[in-house]
Design a protein around this ligand. Structure first.
Ligand code: PGA
Length: 252
């Protein structure tokens, strides 16, 4: 069975106290009936403290939203994958479209980051997705294919087995416009077929592919019903404990 995952991407939001409160509330809502694994992608700073909280709640784990492509050394302001592991992270988001857009991260740089994540026994959540222009010009499949082939498919079977993929159409992120279940399923199926053609049936059947882009309590259940959608990467709605709880519930 593929892992079902709901990940919250807090982005650059919440001060210390707000972050502790939200982390505590979410961990408190997860119980034996919760079907999905919960991942909280918090700002770096909050990882060591919140990871203590999640030690008591095995269904909740922490992710970083980014890491350096370098291992260590004179890279002022950077945070390495090994630091994040030692601070308590289990996952690292790589290639979020905001990193690609505002920080000019290319598929080649992302390929390096994926290596750093795996070298440290952490799991990458590798993001891909097209812009509205790319979809309108029907380039979306090619764009996603290149993002995966360059950023991820340098891995061997063991490496890909540890990855989670998140399909996040850029036009749906933070816009309130969600991909329809049909659009999501179509792209998720395409991604699974790509993994299959490179890594075979077994690994493509195992890999979790999350949908991200304006997931809300209202649309989550229909998206999660799609056969190739294994959960969500949730931005805005993950900042409110009640809404995020309802999205977790939608997986049940
Ligand atoms: P959103 O963000 O849910 O606010 O659209 C999703 C994401 O960027 O991961």
């Amino acid at each position: 069975m593929r892992r079902k995952i709901i990940a919250g991407n807090w982005k650059m939001n919440l001060d210390w106290q707000e972050a502790m409160e939200l982390g505590n509330r979410i961990a408190g809502e997860v119980d034996d009936t919760t079907k999905a694994e919960i991942i909280l992608a918090t700002p770096f700073l909050y990882i060591p403290v919140l990871s203590e909280l999640t030690e008591e709640q095995p269904k909740v784990a922490l992710a970083a939203q980014n890491c350096s492509q370098f291992r260590q050394g004179a890279y002022t302001g950077e945070v390495s994958a090994s630091m994040l592991r030692s601070a308590g992270a289990k996952y690292i988001i790589v290639g979020h479209s905001e990193r690609r857009k505002y920080f000019h991260e290319t598929n080649d740089v992302l390929a390096e980051k994926v290596k750093r994540v795996l070298e440290n026994d952490l799991q990458p959540i590798y993001c891909c997705g097209e812009t509205l222009d790319e979809r309108n010009s029907t380039a979306h499949f090619d764009v996603v294919k290149t993002q995966l082939e360059t950023g991820l498919f340098h891995l061997n079977d063991d490496g890909i087995d540890k990855c989670i993929i998140a399909y996040e159409p850029v036009w749906a992120i933070g816009t309130g416009v969600t991909a329809s279940p049909e659009q999501a399923q179509e792209m998720h199926h395409f991604i699974r077929e790509l993994v299959k053609s490179k890594y075979g049936d077994h690994l493509s059947g195992k890999i979790s592919i999350l949908y991200g882009g304006s997931v809300t309590p209202e649309n989550a259940a229909l998206l999660f019903k799609c056969p190739d959608v294994d959960g969500g990467l949730v931005g805005g709605a993950s900042l409110k404990a009640i809404e995020f709880g309802e999205i977790i519930e939608a997986m049940n």
